[in-house]
Design a protein around this ligand. Sequence first.
Ligand code: OOG
Ligand code: MG
Length: 268
Amino acid sequence: MAEVKGKSLSKSQVEELAIHLENAELEAYEVTKITDDFPNMTYEDAFDIQWEIRRRKEARGNKIVGMKMGLTSWAKMAQMGVEHPCYGFLADYFTVPDGGEIKHDELIHPKIEAELAFVLKDELKGPGIHIGDVLRATDFVMPAVEVIDSRYKDFKFDLKSVIADNSSSSRFVTGGRMADPADLDLKTLGVVMEINGEVVQTGAGAAVLGHPAASVAMLANMLAERGESLKAGSFIMIGAITAAVQVNKGDNFTVHYQGLGSIGGKFV
Ligand code: OOG
Ligand code: MG
């Protein structure tokens, strides 16, 4: 991110904000966006808070099972009023099996997103990673649906606040058919999202930064700013192809992926 470098929060403020946001996640309650109280917060502070939440989960024995990009499509940026992509991590207990049940009461105001996931066979270490590097390092691509759940009141935030809140990560479903990216036209790959049997969103891969692999490249380059990389075997969700759709208790969803089958689930 090209914005101001440096930190404005102390280590103990970062820790307190991480606890504040993680408790809201674990106990499913809304909080006000943290930039209201810390207007001078920087992007580095925001990522420090996210990485502190990650550290807390790992210290309690949770495994980090993947990464996600967010706000990578114009549909999402416009929907959320935020102008730059962000990333977050996926913890083991975010995983929901294909066709499985998601407990609505464990979440605040969930929405679902049609995404794709890349699984790497080689490490990607930025800076300077481009689409070609990503395609060469990709083992396979597969369908994924993300359930996002901002911890902020009315799902409203700015980029720094959402980064600190692990980019609204909460649950994800993956399944369908895996494919070699060489056998797919990732730009035109179509997705159709249905809720309770009704089509609510449609889109194609190019909605994500012009090409789904560009999202993985951007993630590798953003991680490089913190000296981190995407290791071989990493699972990465590229960000929503269409706008996110709110779901209520009792709703079931299915997302169809051109040539890659469908995945779905139910909110109970
Ligand atoms: C931020 C996370 C967005 C995506 O795929 O665009 C995201 C949000 O909108 O709450 O996961
Ligand atoms: Mg997402």
